[in-house]
Write a protein that binds this ligand. Structure first.
Ligand SMILES: Nc1ncnc2c1ncn2[C@@H]1O[C@H](COP(=O)(O)OP(=O)(O)OP(=O)(O)O)[C@@H](O)[C@H]1O
Length: 305
């Protein structure tokens, strides 16, 4: 592993009986980056995480996590430096948040003195910390789950669907904590189906389909690779101007003042220039392909292959 690399997978494969879960995956993660691992159900995301945690052994290929073999002799020590938030986090309902975190700290061989600061970091201080978990809302349980994952200041944080069921305000505060950790040098791997909310959160996106890595890059790179049409939403000054515009671009008359045009990314500037010079254009909006559309493009392409 080169300096700064926290995870290095080479040709990594995992097979359960006759079921291939991970197939020949190459993946490198670095300190201080937040990477989103996206894929449909059964794509192999959880299997990849289990391999990183050393809970299962690779069938083929190699995997180093923080410089160690996660399923090797040093696995227990290595796991102290990894934080993990499972998809369905379940805590004992009779414990308070504080008791629960103390319990997990002891399990990890850590002092419990950091518990109050961790609870405060995820917004569970004061009265909330001493309430029974059975009375917590979903958002509070999820925040406790994050606090649990942050025990021992891990250098690698694996979060499986961390924001499922959180309202937009809680999501924002969740991602604010993640950003701080990333900026402090932690590697964060976020597994998610909720693609659109990852825009602006992940530095890099890795797309998995049926066990294989099918695309990787920052959003701009994926956008470029996908080369999907850009849409321009034009608001015309009136219905006649809208129909004139439609006619010029080969669209049937439709009424209303909003006209949606599409073009290849390389033709965008020329079309914009043309529209700016066209009479009757009152406003226009450039609609880039969303992460969902880019993701669908890579999955469809792979399925066709
Ligand atoms: N213990 C197991 N035994 C047999 N097959 C398994 C096992 N664990 C996973 N699989 C299979 O491996 C494939 C990948 O599953 P995995 O759980 O890694 O996908 P995932 O991307 O995490 O899906 P999800 O988003 O639904 O959690 C699936 O076909 C799954 O049925």
């Amino acid at each position: 592993m080169t300096p700064g690399e926290t995870v290095a997978a080479r040709g990594l494969s995992k097979r359960y009986g006759r079921q291939d879960a991970v197939i020949g995956v190459d993946l490198t993660l670095h300190a201080g980056e937040c990477v989103a691992l996206v894929g449909h159900n059964g794509a192999g995301k959880s299997s990849l995480i289990k391999l990183m945690l050393g809970l299962t052994h690779p069938t083929a290929g190699s995997l180093r996590v923080l410089g160690e073999d996660p399923a090797g002799a040093q696995a227990a020590r290595l796991r102290q430096r990894i934080g993990f938030l499972p998809e369905n986090v379940a805590f004992h309902p009779g414990m308070s948040g504080r008791e629960c975190l103390d319990f997990y700290a002891r399990l990890k061989g850590l002092p419990t003195r950091d518990t109050p600061a961790l609870l405060a970091r995820v917004g569970l201080e004061h009265e909330a910390a001493d309430r029974r978990i059975g009375t917590y809302s979903k958002g509070m349980r999820q925040r406790l789950g994050l606090a649990q994952a942050l025990l021992g200041a891990p250098r690698l944080l694996l979060l499986d669907e961390p924001t499922t069921g959180l309202d937009p305000a809680l999501r924002r505060s969740f991602y604010a904590v993640i950003r701080d950790l990333r900026d402090a040098g932690t590697t964060v791997l976020l597994c998610s189906h909720a693609l659109t909310e990852l825009e602006g959160q992940a530095d890099r996106v890795v797309v998995m389909n049926r066990g294989r890595k099918v695309a990787e890059g920052c959003l701009d790179t994926l956008r470029r690779l996908a080369d999907l049409p850009v849409r321009l939403r034009v608001t015309a000054a009136g219905p006649e101007a809208a129909d004139r515009l439609r006619d010029r671009h080969g669209l049937p008359p439709a009424g209303g003042t909003v006209v949606e045009l599409a073009c290849a990314p390389s033709d965008k500037l020329e079309l914009l220039r043309h529209l700016l010079e066209t009479d009757g254009v009152a406003d226009l909006q450039v609609l880039q392909p969303s992460l969902d559309e880019i993701y669908a493009h890579f999955l469809t392409r792979e399925d066709a292959a």
